[in-house]
Design a protein around this ligand. Structure first.
Ligand code: FE2
Ligand code: FE2
Length: 250
């Protein structure tokens, strides 16, 4: 496996590792490095991928300079290597919303996490400023939250728009259709009544770039793509898939 590096917006680097064995067409695992006076990593990569991901970061900047370790929600691909990063970057802090800190990170992070309030911003310096947004249960996990980089208009959108296979680092093509195919297959999202509203709140940011954790980054009308995704979830919530009942016991 190798980790490819591409600058998908000014000063935002996508580190992408394609795992051919994952799923029917393989799957990309992407981390995003936001450069600034206080560099930020969104997604740590799984613990076992740390040698690959840290070597990729080292091609862009000294890993020990990392200041912020962030991610969408508490799963291995999002944050499995969190403590490895805390060990190599002595000034780094894990930062996440109140729920993630209270439920998991206060216990599992080797240093106390920094709690971010919904809508709170951190000025990373050098024109980079990130805003934290609570997105409970979107796409899954009650602790879920995302980051928006205001300077470049980039939404670090985690598992939203997850798609199968490998592809370009950056596309202006359709990302909604492939996300619908993947959701049909994995059913990884927590369908809940507030899902559409949560995604439309992200659309209101009118992002110019969407940085997908599993798929290419997208440049274009981010609001339209998010609204279309919200519409698809509304459709699923209105007509949830049938679950076949278990056979009677005995
Ligand atoms: Fe996830
Ligand atoms: Fe993920």
């Amino acid at each position: 496996m190798e980790t490819r590096i591409d600058e998908i917006a000014s000063g935002i680097f996508r580190l992408s590792t394609f795992v051919a064995e994952a799923g029917p067409k393989g799957f990309t695992f992407n981390q995003f490095l936001v450069l600034g006076d206080q560099p930020l990593l969104f997604h740590t990569g799984p613990r076992r991928m740390f040698p690959l991901v840290s070597a990729a970061v080292a091609r862009v900047m000294p890993p020990e300079r990392l200041r912020w370790i962030t991610f969408g929600h508490y799963e291995a691909d999002e944050c499995g290597a969190m403590n490895e990063w805390l060990a190599v970057a002595p000034h780094a802090e894990v930062a996440h919303g109140q729920t993630a800190c209270m439920v998991s990170l206060n216990d599992v992070a080797d240093r106390p996490p920094r709690i971010l309030q919904d809508g709170e911003t951190i000025d990373l310096g050098n024109g980079k400023r990130i805003r934290y947004l609570d997105t409970p249960h979107v796409p899954h996990g009650w602790e879920a939250g995302l980051l928006y980089e205001e300077g470049t208009g980039t939404l670090l959108c985690g598992d939203l728009f997850t798609q199968l296979g490998d592809g370009p680092a950056l596309t202006e093509g359709d990302i909604v259709g492939p996300a619908i195919v993947a959701e049909d297959m994995f059913r990884s999202s927590s369908l809940s009544p507030s899902m559409g509203a949560t995604i439309r709140r992200l659309a209101a940011l009118a992002p110019r770039t969407l940085a997908l954790m599993h798929g290419p980054s997208y440049r274009g009308d981010g609001a339209a793509a998010l609204d279309a995704l919200a519409d698809d979830y509304d459709r699923r919530i209105a007509a949830p898939p049938a679950i076949s009942p278990s056979p009677p016991a005995g």
